[in-house]
Design a protein around this ligand. Sequence first.
Ligand SMILES: Cc1cc2nc3c(=O)[nH]c(=O)nc-3n(C[C@H](O)[C@H](O)[C@H](O)COP(=O)(O)OP(=O)(O)OC[C@H]3O[C@@H](n4cnc5c(N)ncnc54)[C@H](O)[C@@H]3O)c2cc1C
Length: 555
Amino acid sequence: METYDAIIIGAGHNGLVCAAYLLKEGYSVLLLEKRSIPGGGATTEEAMPEAAPGFQFNLCAIDHEFIHLGPVVEELELTKYGLEYLYCDPVTFCPHPDGKYFLAHSSIDKTCAEIARYSERDAAKYREFIDFWQRLTQGITPIFNAPPKSVVDIVGNYGWQNVENLFSTLGGVNKTLDLARTMLTSPKDSLEYWFDSEFLKAPLARLAAEFGAPPSQKTIGIGSMMMSMRHSPGMARPRGGTGALIKALLNLVKDLGGEILCDRSVERVLIGNDGSAEGVRVADGTEYRAKVGVISNIDARRLFLGLVPEATTDRADPALRERLERRIVNNNETILKIDCALAEPPRFERFNHREEFLVGSILIADSVNHVEEAHALPSMGKIPDANPSMYLDIPTVLDPSMAPKGKHTMWIEFFAPYQIAGKEGTGLKGTGWTDQLKNRVADRVIDKLADYAPNIKDAIIARRVESPAELGERLGAYKGNYYHVDMTLDQMLFLRPLPEIANYTTPIDKLYLTGAGTHPGGSISGMPGRNCAHVFLQKQKPLNQVLEKATELFK
Ligand SMILES: Cc1cc2nc3c(=O)[nH]c(=O)nc-3n(C[C@H](O)[C@H](O)[C@H](O)COP(=O)(O)OP(=O)(O)OC[C@H]3O[C@@H](n4cnc5c(N)ncnc54)[C@H](O)[C@@H]3O)c2cc1C
């Protein structure tokens, strides 16, 4: 049996980041990936080689913000391994049905000037709003970059600037209480407090809802930070697509002697006589042994309900399986993904089209209620396609290398239910999704986009539509949940995915968790991978690490 120090189940970007940190410390690492290419939700693929040869598509993630709040790119020196980030400016365009539009530049001044064309008050408020969220983000970033239950690590991450920013949002008792109120409230309530204009509130609600819940949902007030991050640290895309981040990580991992085996779906975590994890078995029956630990890049529910023997889990924690099954909330919302090869980019004629509209993300969000419907209906098993809201990008405007010369690609994300109500037991995996249905929904999404950009239908050379059920199969994610676990406050920080397994460790010795289903959550950040590696390493030499950290604090 081949033996390594650490085996990682899944080669998503978090698995790769985790591997890189372990390799740097001298551990031998094997990553086992079920797909034929690594990367999970961070791949770039020539997805239609016959209908659209030479067009490269980001099948999932495209816009990277969170990774710039952490040290992963610098610490792992990923630019040396081929990663180059291209920053979007403008960052967001949202046309409004009445002819107004929201255009956010990277510069707050320029964005305020755009808003002031319609409302001086909202422009002034926007400046205050962004300033508040930027200070708060700066103030809490050290928490994202540490294991959530490791107070020494969290405190050690705080520099003077973070402390100053945090205290500026806390202030006195009443200010602190009001901040708690902001966290407990919904993005919708928050936006109502700050702004008057619908053309501004709607895109901000749409971005806040990227946390995967309707804007009216209480406790995701923090979703408002999504717009402020586009100003700082900024919104960027790797040159060549998100897959270029994976390529850089692969170069690094291989350079450090790590191994990645694709087409290896892990079916079982092997347990030793002492009850600890000692390896894994893949679908073809091959077994691999891990001397120091097994790390899961897939979520805890899949891991414990699918891969770990029931009796082992029950012996370690008799309540865990039921808590994973019933305590973790999944709101049934996921994505119907549309990728198109285009002969020309969309043109927003009614809005005096400018090429710069297409650089960042384009939001079709007519009102806060429009966004509300887009997220509330999927949680009831309904498809919000009567009047589709969507998030789209034309990546080739910023990076023409992703398509043949003069041609473009279009990336559309449309929120949809995983399980369609009333269609249980039909379609793919019993979800109700069929090829016919996904194409019908995609037609409606494109129809809606054509209301704003009338040339779009004629511009499409080829398209690929992936239903929520197909996306779930591709990613191996529970009910297509690309964040692995919903990103609501009750499942964040030291509650993610459950308090008893929130610090990347599990009740089974030598079995660790990383990935989007762990703190600080989904999206492209690499933080769960880095934090998990830190805990793994600390477990091997606990005293040394704590002493090092304590010494740093007194420097
Ligand atoms: C359509 C879409 C758009 C998105 N857009 C953005 C965006 O613009 N910006 C952003 O920041 N985030 C975005 N996200 C979210 C982001 O892609 C994910 O949160 C992130 O990729 C999660 O990374 P991960 O490494 O934790 O897990 P994953 O990427 O899910 O990786 C898990 C890996 O495990 C593998 N695996 C699963 N089961 C097994 C098994 N049994 N054996 C072996 N391997 C297995 C999978 O194939 C996968 O490679 C988007 C997601 C989707 C679906």
